[in-house]
Design a protein around this ligand. Sequence first.
Ligand SMILES: O=C[C@H](O)[C@H](O)[C@H](O)COP(=O)(O)O
Length: 235
Amino acid sequence: MNDPVENAKRLAAFKAVDNHVVDGVIGIGSGSTVVYAVERLAQRVKDEGLEVICVPSSFQAKQLIIQYGLKLGDLETNPELKVTIDGADESDSMLTLIKGGGGCLTQEKILASCAEEFIVIADYRKASTNLGEQWSKGIPIEVIPGAYRVVYQKIEKLLGGKSDLRMSGSSKAGPVVTDNGNFILDWNFEGVKDWKHVENSLNMIPGVVENGLFVGMARKAYFGMSDGTVMERNV
Ligand SMILES: O=C[C@H](O)[C@H](O)[C@H](O)COP(=O)(O)O
């Protein structure tokens, strides 16, 4: 593979699947890095007879599981996951994450919370010391559509910064609509010191469904590097 970023994603995903997946129920995150994790899972099912049931975190993840011929599960029949593997938009040195750049944060956080182990896979552009060093698009916040404006105002009053309603772009007029039928606000924060406080404060605002801060959930991350190595971070 010639693209260093794609190569880095693939290396991280393959290593995480090899090191953490055994027979059982697996949570499948969303995004472009997770594609490689599903590819590796499918290889191991074929080559080693690995027996996994895959629970998706999004429409995209479900399609991937189907496309690769893996067994599809859901949280109603498989509420306990051995491991969830997912990408991130940014990870600080404590593995505090920003997620939801692709709009899939709520179901991802549910899957992360149901897993014995939550493993992050990403390329080298996602690793930082403090959030905001690498990801400049703010914290994604999923909101009930009719409440987006009041949520926006309350966030500004409570925590400062500015939010933007995420728009669809040229393929559809109007805002992005999540897999759950909601809107996304991207909150550009200022001077945050306590991410757990922010995560909790955002979720206390009526109309907020979930936010893309994952604090204290991941214990291990794999970052594919541009030189072909994989950097591991543990907390
Ligand atoms: O909403 C999307 C998810 O949180 C993704 O896991 C995140 O955006 C990272 O995606 P990618 O692997 O494409 O960078």
